[in-house]
Design a protein around this ligand. Structure first.
Ligand code: CU
Ligand code: CU
Length: 436
């Protein structure tokens, strides 16, 4: 299974941001975007203040993501981790992505691709101008401790199964307990167009709810076997109730159909599943796998699998593939991070000591036809191995970031570059198997 990979928006490359923005603008232009806003407006009681809050929004986001991918098949929904990117200065609000806060007088957003002044983003409901008022209605975004409190809930939902439930993961995460907290709090902090039921008017709605969905997926993984209520909640919120407007005769969509997000085709970047990595092992048949344009010297051999020293500390492409993580002394100076996955990382991969920028250069073939002299299966394995290496580094970097705060700019740039290369390896991987 090759999952659509939903990533932390802070780790997107400039190109990924622009593809996402362009796909959203295309859905606005063709009218599809506004149908999502309308469907959310209609879903006050069926999608909120009740058990189906998480299933309904999971289905809603999934459909939105599939629409984006009709525009651009490489786009996936990014998530906004507001426990980390928790101020108006966070890069999510830059003009190349979501655009910034509204102007003080009336909250009208004047920067970025969704400003009314661009002519591309008239609101059909609660409009016509997109508005934001960061921190005006409530001063701060939810914290890691708030998330931890929700994660500690041992049941999904409790009676009376609505906004009054005094415990349970759903109402804790939806944010009605001592509210506004978590989900509700982020809506309130952004303010403006994010306050009413037409809140999908602001594209950041989808990044916010993507994080809510990720937290649900995280909670599900850490609470295996905890049941979703089949009786108790109001009609429309029980395990096997059809969810409006998604459910159709003969094609029911019930909370039961949303409990496994992998079955819906996507995974989150922290799950170690995004890049279909069956195993981590190094191929010892040095010399067999060669590149076309590498006459004698560019071949895969154990002694070539390492970082290349780059005195300019610039990230460059080469014609051979270098696998990172084998030359630990040249890795960036993340502190030791325990590997929660236990199976994909190279222990110690990020423990290296570094002076400033680590010259980690991972190069990619220009095209799959650059590979010669090896079977397709071997090429696929080689690609998977390289992707595994990068994915492990990205995951550990993300954990380092969560544990220790933002990484330096240089490290961020390196990670972005690695991520970009991961995308191109992934594309090769899909091409080789006729998936792209
Ligand atoms: Cu909602
Ligand atoms: Cu919401």
């Amino acid at each position: 299974m090759h999952y659509r990979c939903r990533k932390n928006q802070a780790l997107l490359t400039a190109a990924e941001k622009s593809r996402f923005v362009n796909a959203v603008l295309a859905l606005k232009a063709n009218g599809v975007y506004n149908t999502f806003v309308q469907n959310h407006i209609n879903a006050m009681t069926s999608a909120h203040r009740g058990s189906a809050f998480l299933p309904w929004h999971r289905e809603f986001l999934n459909r939105f993501e599939l629409e984006l991918r009709k525009i651009d098949a490489q786009v996936t929904l990014p998530y906004w981790d507001w426990t980390v990117d928790n101020s108006g200065a966070s890069s999510i609000w830059n003009a190349d992505f979501m655009g910034g806060n509204g102007r003080p007088a009336d909250g009208v957003v004047t920067t970025g691709p969704f400003a009314f002044s661009t002519g591309n983003w008239p609101l059909a409901f609660d409009g016509p101008r997109l508005r934001r008022q960061f921190g005006v209605s409530i001063g701060s975004l939810p914290t890691p401790a708030d998330v931890a409190n929700a994660m500690a809930e041992s049941v999904y939902d409790v009676a009376p199964w609505n906004a009054s439930a005094s415990s349970g993961f759903r109402n804790r995460l939806e944010g009605w307990i001592n509210g506004p907290q978590l989900h509700n709090r982020a809506h309130v902090w952004v303010g403006g167009s994010m306050l009413p039921m037409s809140s999908p008017n602001d594209p950041v709605f989808f990044l916010h709810h993507c994080f809510i969905d990720k937290l649900w997926a995280d909670w599900q993984r850490t609470h295996p076997g905890v049941a979703y209520p089949a009786v108790g909640p109001a009609v429309g919120h029980r395990l096997n109730d059809p969810m409006s407007p998604f459910s159709k005769p003969g094609a029911p969509v019930r909370p039961a159909d949303t409990l496994d997000h992998h079955a819906m085709g996507y995974a989150y970047d922290t799950e170690g599943l995004c890049f279909h990595i069956p195993k981590l092992k190094f191929i010892d048949d040095g010399g067999k796998l060669k590149f076309k344009d590498d006459q004698p010297k560019l071949k895969f051999k154990d002694d070539k699998l390492k970082f290349t020293d780059d005195p300019q500390q610039s990230l460059k492409f080469r014609d051979d593939v270098k696998l990172p993580a084998l030359d630990q002394g040249k890795l960036p100076a993340f502190d030791q991070v325990n590997d929660p996955l236990g199976n994909v990382s190279n222990p110690g991969v990020l423990r290296g000591v570094s002076t400033g920028v680590a010259p980690f250069v991972l190069s990619t073939p220009h095209h799959s036809n650059a590979w010669v002299g090896a079977s397709q299966q071997a090429q696929v394995q080689q690609l998977e191995q390289a992707m595994n290496e990068i994915a492990a580094i990205l995951q550990q970097a993300q954990q380092a970031q969560q544990a220790q705060g933002p990484l330096g700019e240089a490290q961020q740039a390196q990670l972005q570059n690695l991520d970009q290369q991961l995308q191109s390896l992934d594309l090769e991987w899909r091409k080789l198997q006729g998936l792209a």
